[in-house]
Design a protein around this ligand. Structure first.
Ligand SMILES: [Zn+2]
Ligand SMILES: [Zn+2]
Length: 233
């Protein structure tokens, strides 16, 4: 049985790992959770009744997660998709058949995309873990050595942070952004002048994208298809 203390330790270990990835740690952790969820669905939980029921209520995955599922599944996903969707399509036909031809008609699915829900839950859990670690000097040092938070996750976590953590986060983010602006300036200057070798600013244009947009799952984790030798090729 996993005790509360153990699960705290596991979460802290995940955060430590995430802080070393050179991207926003929350983007990293949510991408990992999203990958595991979709991968497990394809390789272990195809016949899981609860997942199928959730997919019926949400009318399948959102657009992003539908295509991410195919990307993760790779070759051999075609039959799995057919199996997964066959029941859903039957239920959808019934739903369409029951539409009223007059008056207002509810168009919304009963629930949102289940993979989006996993992402949101993971964001919430790890925001708490990060905020807990930022109460300690050691946690702050580890955070300062990392990429830091992308702007979307920064604003979300800043809003949830207690006052003294806010002071730390604010100063840290401001300093990072100033340094990034300087690096962008250097990158532009050297790109124009062309007679000076690039230094640490060479990837500033990539860092600014990760900073503003966060890092999507497909950039964090490519499918490791060799791990699934039972796939027919
Ligand atoms: Zn992020
Ligand atoms: Zn989704």
């Amino acid at each position: 049985m996993v005790t509360l203390e153990m699960s705290r330790t596991i979460l802290t270990a995940h955060l430590d790992e995430a802080l070393e990835q050179g991207i926003c740690p929350i983007c990293y952790l949510t991408s990992e959770a999203e990958y595991r969820y979709l991968d497990t669905l394809l390789y272990e939980k195809m016949n899981n009744g609860a997942i199928r029921a959730a997919l019926a209520r949400s009318r399948g995955f959102c657009r992003y997660h539908t295509y991410r599922l195919i990307e993760i599944g790779g070759y051999g996903t075609n039959v799995k998709l057919a199996i997964l969707y066959k029941d859903l399509v039957h239920a959808m036909a019934d739903e369409v058949n029951a539409l009223k031809e007059r008056g207002s008609q509810g168009q919304e699915a009963q629930e949102g995309c289940p993979a989006c829900r996993i992402v949101a839950d993971t964001e919430r859990t790890h925001a708490h873990v990060l905020l807990a670690s930022l109460r300690y000097e050691e946690g702050r040092e580890a955070y300062q050595r990392s990429f830091g938070l992308c702007m979307p996750h920064f604003f979300g976590i800043y809003g949830a942070a207690p006052r003294e953590t806010r002071a730390f986060l604010k100063e840290d983010q401001r300093a990072r952004l100033e340094a990034l602006a300087d690096d962008l300036g250097e990158f532009i200057r050297k790109s124009v002048v062309k007679d000076e070798a690039f230094g640490a600013e060479r990837d500033a244009w990539q860092r600014v994208i990760h900073q503003y947009a966060g890092t999507p799952g497909e950039m964090v984790r490519k499918p490791a298809r060799d791990q699934h030798p039972h796939l027919t090729r």
